[in-house]
Each structure stands twice: as structure tokens, then as C-alpha cells.
Design a protein around this ligand. Sequence first.
Ligand SMILES: Nc1nc2c(c(=O)[nH]1)N[C@H]1C(S)=C(S)[C@@H](COP(=O)(O)OP(=O)(O)OC[C@H]3O[C@@H](n4cnc5c(=O)[nH]c(N)nc54)[C@H](O)[C@@H]3O)O[C@H]1N2
Ligand SMILES: Nc1nc2c(c(=O)[nH]1)N[C@H]1C(S)=C(S)[C@@H](COP(=O)(O)OP(=O)(O)OC[C@H]3O[C@@H](n4cnc5c(=O)[nH]c(N)nc54)[C@H](O)[C@@H]3O)O[C@H]1N2
Ligand code: SF4
Ligand SMILES: [Mo]
Length: 738
Amino acid sequence: MPSTTTRPGICRICSAHCGVLATVTDGRLTKVTGDPDNPMFKGYSCAKGRALPEIHNNPARLLHSQRRTPDGAYEPVESGVAMDEIAATLQALIEAHGPRSVALYLGTNGLPYPASALMGNAFIRAIESPMFFTANTIDQPGKQIALAAHGHWLGGDVDFGEADTWLLIGTNPLVSKAIGIPGQNPAQNLKAAVGRGMKLIVIDPRRSQTAARAAIHIQPRPGTDAVIVAGIINIVIGEKLCDWDFLAENVDGFEALAEAVSGFTPAYVADRADIPEQQLLDAARMFATYGTRGGMVNAGTGANFAMHGSVLEYLCLCLTTICGRWQRAGERVTRPNTLLPAFTAKAQPHPPYEGWGYGERLRVRGLTDTVAGMPTAALADEILLDGEGQVKALICIGGNPMAAWPDQRKTLRALENLDLLVTLDTEMSLTSRLADYVIAPRMQMETPAMTMGSELIKYYASGTGIPAAYGQYVPRLIEPPAGSDLIEEWQFFLGLAQRMGLEMWFVNFFGGGGGRFMESPPIVLNMNGDTRLTTEELFEQMCATSRIPFDEVRSHPHGKIFDVDAVVEPRDADCTAKLDVGNGRLLAELVAIRTDEYVAAQQDPAFPFRLIPRRHGNFMNSSGTNLAALHRGKPYNPTYMHPDAMAALGLQTGALVTVTSPHDSIPSVVEADDSLRPDVVAMHHAFGGLPAEDDEVRDRGSNVGRLVPTDVEYDPITGLPRQGDIPVSVTPRIEAAV
Ligand SMILES: Nc1nc2c(c(=O)[nH]1)N[C@H]1C(S)=C(S)[C@@H](COP(=O)(O)OP(=O)(O)OC[C@H]3O[C@@H](n4cnc5c(=O)[nH]c(N)nc54)[C@H](O)[C@@H]3O)O[C@H]1N2
Ligand SMILES: Nc1nc2c(c(=O)[nH]1)N[C@H]1C(S)=C(S)[C@@H](COP(=O)(O)OP(=O)(O)OC[C@H]3O[C@@H](n4cnc5c(=O)[nH]c(N)nc54)[C@H](O)[C@@H]3O)O[C@H]1N2
Ligand code: SF4
Ligand SMILES: [Mo]
């Protein structure tokens, strides 16, 4: 008789952290479904979470760490030996070239393992290298830049579940579960909201799953979001729809904002964005006046990648603030802490602070450390540029630079130029195939799990995090496969530190690089001497000051929404802080977008389409793309194109094409999609092989990042290059004879 158990687990593939039910048969994960007894998720799960058995049992999964041999092949290496050798190489590099020669990159798969980001960061601080990079600066770093310039409202967010309007820009939370609509079963959350009368407004060049449910869907030219939001602000101010009491008490810079947006008249915006003027007016009025409880504004990757992400995010905060869309004294605290320490929400601002231009200076493009973290798009240059400070060693935790970084060819040159490349990855990812060592880690269900990571992301931006005092902890549900040698990432860093004689301590922070602001005191842990710690004990220490005692959370295996009943306190009598909607630098950038020279430079008849990003419901970036259970016979990322545009080029779904940007070109397979504007094409990123593997396009897709240069157009503060609204041409491609 096979032994079968079914127990609660937590899927951490994305930030929703769904409570699921995991069935284990004879030590193997065999089934994952939603957990009907979980009070937050009520049985919800998505295709990715339900594929956790295939993900764990993937034949391509690494069961042993790998070492590259002189002839370029890989051989298994015992993890302790790998740590000995890596520690010795790092030590030698630091002695010869200084600590800055060692960099660390944290990708999206830091998220499932709360200790690994912290320990990776502790390690890089222990060697005194400033070179800690995360995926955040090739994501939406403008969010933290904008918060620094604007300040934080200490009363917290308006609840999506109570609001009468909401504005979403370039985000598709029904698929991404990332922002705006709470990610804990977003389709249900939206359905409930629309059912009670909420008016959703979506700005997206594609009729996305989310846009299809909107009261107003504005379908503009990509890259015009800052122009549109400036136009909405201009209408709100012009029609005197602001929350004047809130402005008087809490806000500086209103005159400067009004002046900066004044040129963005409805007629100008309608023309620039190619949208009906009346629709813009309707959207602005609806957002500002509809119902009794107004909602907030959130932007996503689509809007952030199209240049001027910092400005756009700042304008989103400005619009929220001039409409007074923050929780007030006496109202409910909508994102109370559970596993994080208690805090007191107050109806007052935390003033703006220095967000950029400090700390480590990069040797390229005048970029610096910022509140969003170090500019990842410049790391390849730091590896390639000879001279003092050159990066010689890179450690990647749960990230895939060859798939996800901009300028794939430059990334390839850079990674090949390193003296030491180490990845911590569950498979021989595109990046691992270039590594000197690949450290094989445990997977989700082989480690304990908790929801602290999902709770923490509220510090990343408004519209994120868990909208309730919800917490869940689950122990490890399976042992790693028999005969394997797998470690957890944090143990790898502690192992290196011990071998190098380093002092390790870590401070709890949002691992994605989100901001320097938290209301509650940081959790500081000293790791020295604690060599036999288990992950369970580490979690206990991380939760030692949690608002709900860790044991209490643990005693509810299906998760629990705690009744904390917190309300926002009135402002302190001596509080003089104000939010700032008049940041000079960001508003100057806005005004520059309004000039004719700027507009003229955007157009080039050689590139008649704009390529935009979009997420795939079944994959998390590059993860899962090689699993039949998830790709279901389509293992590539098509170029989605409007049928009329295809007809004009004589193309049919399934035809091979070449997509060319001013920088480079990639092969692709075209697919009809009438949800797009005819002048726009869309692709999922993080597919494809190495540049030499383009003929495998039908089996693995192609790499969008290759079309993106890092040093031509980029955000002057964060270094984020133009990863969306990319000018491209699409031309038929002759299928090579096989
Ligand atoms: N052109 C373009 N570029 C983009 C984007 C875009 O839309 N368009 N999006 C950007 C954004 S928003 C982001 S966040 C970045 C993402 O950039 P990255 O985080 O660098 O890329 P991922 O593909 O998410 O990398 C995940 C890696 O984790 C590995 N992995 C899977 N499971 C585990 C595990 O359990 N443990 C460990 N240790 N590893 C695991 C996978 O095999 C994979 O190699 O890409 C950015 N780049
Ligand atoms: N299933 C799944 N979920 C994920 C991920 C995944 O790969 N798969 N990735 C995770 C990660 S790392 C992140 S950062 C988040 C991202 O989460 P989101 O930001 O919500 O990303 P998308 O779902 O791609 O939605 C972006 C939308 O922007 C639109 N868009 C493109 N260009 C423009 C533009 O110029 N202007 C406007 N207004 N809209 C534009 C696209 O059509 C698309 O509908 O998702 C996370 N969740
Ligand atoms: S929504 Fe995210 S956390 Fe939930 S099951 Fe899907 S991938 Fe996992
Ligand atoms: Mo991301």
C-alpha cells in the first residue's frame, strides 16, 4: 500500500503565497490543489501552483551541485567541496582586487525562501562589497524613487475591497497577481468589487484580461502613460476636483505640480496617446468623483518599462494624493502586520527623503546606488570594463541573467569574462550553462514556509501586500529525493562565511530592494556561531518580534485571518511633515516629454511597430517554460500581432518572422491577437536560448532582452533601459531547410 498524506502547504511561486493542499505519496509530491479550508484563498490556486509536483519531479532538476570541468562539461560536486573551492577563489579575488570585485545578483526565486535574500545580503556586507544587485532595478524601480520623492502616508492604503473606483496602468493583475487588485485570488476580488458597483479604469494598449472587465478601457499608444496621467491630473485640478482639506493639511508642491501638468490639455493628450478626448475626460471625472469611497492608482511593468517610469510612478502618487486617497484617522488599517512587528498607523505623512545619487558610484553612465538598489542593467558593463573596481566574480541566487537581463549578447560577453560565476538554481538554466559552479538547492515543499515575504512587499509600493492580518506557516512537507545532495541558499552563504572567517549578521528588509522605509523596527539577527541552525529555528528568530506570536500562527496550519481590529490613529500634535507633489527633478523630466523634439525622436518609419511586454499565466518569467504540464505543447513565446497587421504583411499564425529593433534582431513565431492595437506587438520575456541557438525558436522561443540596449535610452536615476514600447519591425522569415 502506498502511503499518502495531504497537508496544507504554501505556494510561493509568486507573491500571492496561496495556501494550498499538498499530497505526498511515498515521499513524492503528487498533487497540489487549492485549500478550501484556507480562510484567505478559499480553495484558490493557479496553473503554476498546481504544477508544483511536476516542478519538483522535473527530470531536468539538479539533485547535485555541478562543477564545470576544463573541457566545459559539468560534473557533480559535493556541496561542501564546492563551498571550499568557491570560498578560496573569492578570498583570492578579494585579496588581489578588493571586495568590489565580488557581486551578487538576487532574482525572483529569492522570494520563496525568506532567509536566502537576507543571508546573501549579509554575506555581501560581510565581505564589504557594495555590489548587491536585485531584479528590482530591471523591474519597476521607479516605485521606490517616487516614494522617496513623495514621502509615505503612515495611515496606509485604501482597501480595494471597499473602494468605488480604481485606476490600473500597464498592469494585468488577473494574470500577474502583482499589484492593484489583491493577488489572493484576484479574479474573485475583482468580480466582488465590480458586483458591488466598483468602476475600474484600465490603461493598456492591449485589451488584457483585466482591461476586459473595466468600466473604461483606455487603449493608448504604448509609452504615453506619463502624458495621460499628467492629463488626468490637469483635468482634476482644472475642474477643482481635488481634496482641498487633505492638500492644505498634508501636501507641499501643489502649485509646481499644477504648473508642470498645465500643458497636458485633454486635446494634447488625446492626440499624443491616440485616444478619444472624451474618454480621457470621462476617466478623470469618474476616478475623481464616482461613489463615496474613492480608490487608488497603481502602475505595473507595462507602464514602467516604456521609459520615464520614475516620473510615471511619481504622477500616480501625486494623483492619489491630490484626491486624498489614503486611509484617515479612525479608519481601518488595511494592511496590518502579522508575522512582522506591530506598528502604529497614523494619519500623517512621513516626509520625502534622499532616494538616489548617494552611496556606491558605478563606473558607467554616472549611475549610483539608489533607494531601489544598484542598477542591474549596468552590471554587465561593470564586469566588462577593465580597471580598478572591475567585477570579477558574480553569484546569482534564483535569477537568470541570460534570459532576463537586457542586451543578451552583452550579458553573454560579460558572464564569459568573469573569473568566477556561481548560480544557485534548481536546473541548468541558461545562465547556469555558463557557470563555474551551480549550487543545487532544495525546492519549495522541501523547506518550511511562511507568509512573511508576501506581507513585506507592501513596503515595495502601494497596492501590494496582504490586505488583512493573515498569516500561515507550514513545515517542510517532503524530504529531498533519496541520494541527492541539496542545501538551502542561506546555508551556502553561511558556509562561505565560515570558511572565510567572516562575521555574519542580517537585518530584515524587503529583499527586492524596496525602499529604506518601514514603520516597525528592523529585525536584526547575529549569525555568528549559529552553525547548526535549522531553517525552522531561523524563521522562529525572524518572527521573534512578530505582531501575532509565531506559535499562534503555527497553530493554524490552514492559515488564519487574525482579528486585530486596528484603526489609524490621528496625526501627532507636533507633526509638521508633508507629502511633496512638486519634486523639481521629476517634474522637469515630465515637462521635457512634452516638447516637440522629444516626440519627433520617438518616431522612425523603419520600425513601424512598438513591442510591449506581457506576462504569461503559466510561467513565472523563465521558470516552468520547459515543463510540458505548463507549456502544453507551445514551448515558445509568440509575437502577438493584430490580424489586420498580419494580413498587411501576408502573415498567418505560426509563420516565422524576424523582429528587429534598432539594436538587434531575434527570430519569432507570429500569432494573431485582436486584443492589441494594430500598431503594437507583444511578447513574453525570458524565453529563448543562447544567441547561437536561434534555430530552436519553435522549441524554446526567443529572447526579448536581446532587442534592448542598456546604454542608449535608460532612466537617468535607476538605469532601467527601455524594456517596453520598443520600436521594431516585423518581417517574414524563410524557414531554414532542415
Ligand atoms: N525584455 C524584458 N526583460 C525583462 C522583463 C520583461 O518583461 N521584458 N521583466 C523584468 C522583470 S519584472 C524581472 S523581475 C526580471 C526577472 O529576472 P530574473 O529573476 O533574473 O529571472 P527569472 O527568469 O525569474 O529567474 C529565475 C531563476 O530561478 C530558477 N529557479 C526556479 N525555481 C527555483 C528555486 O526553487 N530555487 C532557486 N534557487 N532557483 C530557482 C529558475 O530556473 C531561473 O533560472 O526580468 C526583467 N527583464
Ligand atoms: N503568471 C505570472 N505572474 C507573474 C509573473 C509571470 O511571469 N507570470 N511575473 C511576476 C513579475 S516578476 C512581475 S514584475 C509582475 C508584473 O506584473 P504586471 O506589471 O501586472 O505585468 P503584466 O501581467 O505583464 O501586465 C503588464 C500589462 O502592461 C501592458 N502594457 C505594455 N506596455 C504598456 C504601456 O506602454 N503602457 C501601458 N499602460 N500598458 C502597457 C501589457 O499589455 C500588460 O497587460 O508579475 C509577476 N507575476
Ligand atoms: S497565484 Fe502565485 S502563489 Fe498562488 S498558486 Fe499561482 S503561482 Fe502559486
Ligand atoms: Mo518582476
